[in-house]
Write a protein that binds this ligand. Structure first.
Ligand code: SF4
Length: 384
């Protein structure tokens, strides 16, 4: 059974009804338990639990220290192209927007990568829109081949591929895939994706499974917070991450929290998520999924990112540019979304140190996650 098929069996409306009925006593009982199960997770995303963020934060902090230690992995996105055939209403790269379209040449890719390597990065996320005639799988393979000797980890955030496509990029040096479903609600999904291949909800949702089957070992998921009711998204997101952790027990599963803040052309987030709600979601996910990586990007402002460090974050981007070629030639009019944390990578690393954590530039957790994976395999087998 695919996750898409599983999700069809979930009665989200009934679960949300339960969430809205949660009492303070139920929250206290969930917080007192040694392990947070899915029912507790529903309790912890409830309106009632919003009054318990302090004890949740303490538990999340302790859980993260036990599982990950005091380290934050730093990574940077490298945009290969802003060409796209989709028309996502929230995105600066939509085919319906006028902007300078740029696809980096191999020399430009190398130059941007050298800049990032000189900043200290050893983990890159290669990003492009969905324009396979301009950036085919062969171009992704070429970019990976150019970079694989200089970086410890190369993940992709690109359009969904077939399983043979994921096998090709894995062979070329990719070890991870980040792919946000944006929203798990099929109606909202079809409203915000009016044209292009991305309209196919299931092709996108199942991509992360195809990547896992192809052997990619860092799998990242997320929703674009603001498109739909966050509690409804949280239910599906938690189920998805849990399902992936059991299915691909040897992979590191990460959850990102991209939040719509300033969308282009007056598109306003229909369900804005405030800072407190973002924190509640992160804390509840940390307690339910202690082994999951939690990722905060430069979409969020510096002050908030610094406050989130002790609450369960394990990975942060830094110094990001979201336009192709933007590290060496910044140009705001070609960017995907606006960055809110404008600090340099060195300044972000210093802020992490000031918070009492160690900024890590190179893979630190693979072995640890292999061990966690083994634990998860045992748990999955015990529960099967
Ligand atoms: S979100 Fe991705 S697929 Fe959609 S328009 Fe932007 S780059 Fe293209």
């Amino acid at each position: 059974m695919t996750f898409s098929e599983k999700l069809l069996t979930v009665d989200s409306q009934s679960l949300l009804h339960l969430v809205n009925q949660v009492t303070p006593e139920q929250v206290e009982r969930s917080l007192a338990r040694r392990e947070t199960n899915f029912s507790d997770f529903l309790t912890l995303i409830s309106p009632a639990a919003a009054h318990y963020l302090e004890p949740m934060a303490q538990l999340a902090h302790n859980t993260t220290l036990r599982r990950f230690g005091r380290v934050i992995l730093l990574y940077a996105p490298l945009y290969l192209s802003n060409e796209c055939t989709n028309a996502c209403v929230y995105c600066g790269f939509s085919i319906r927007r006028t902007l300078p379209r740029i696809t980096l040449s191999p020399d430009q890719i190398l130059a941007e990568a050298k800049y990032l390597k000189d900043c200290g990065f050893r983990h890159l996320l290669l990003v492009c829109g969905e324009a396979p005639s301009i950036v085919p799988v062969a171009a992704l393979e070429q970019a990976l081949d150019l970079l694989k000797n200089d970086f410890a980890s190369l993940s992709l955030e690109v359009y969904p591929l077939s399983e043979p496509g994921y096998l090709q990029v894995a062979a070329a040096g990719a070890d991870g895939l980040t792919l946000y479903q944006e929203t798990y609600d099929r109606n909202v999904y079809s409203q915000v994706h009016p044209a292009g291949r991305k309209r196919d909800y299931d092709w996108r949702l199942e991509a992360i499974e195809r990547a896992g089957e192809a052997g990619l070992r860092r799998l990242g998921i997320g929703v674009l917070l603001g498109l739909h009711d966050w509690r409804s998204e949280a239910v599906a997101l938690a189920l998805h991450a849990d399902w992936l952790m059991k299915r691909f027990w040897q992979a590191q599963i990460s959850i990102s929290f991209p939040r719509l803040r300033h969308a282009p052309d007056s598109f306003a987030a229909p369900h804005p998520v405030c800072d407190t709600e973002l924190v509640q979601l992160m804390l509840a996910l940390r307690l339910f999924l202690p082994d999951a990586g939690l990722v905060i990007s430069t979409r969020e402002p510096a002050e908030l990112r610094d406050r989130l460090i002790p609450l369960g974050v394990t990975q942060m981007s830094a110094g990001s540019r979201t336009e192709p070629g933007g590290y060496l030639h910044p140009a705001e009019d070609g960017s995907q979304f606006s960055v809110e944390d404008h600090r340099t990578p060195a300044q972000v690393a210093e802020a992490i140190r000031r918070a009492g954590y160690e900024p890590v530039w190179k893979d630190w957790d693979y072995q640890m996650h292999e061990n966690h994976g083994n634990n998860r395999q045992r748990e999955a087998q015990a529960g099967a």
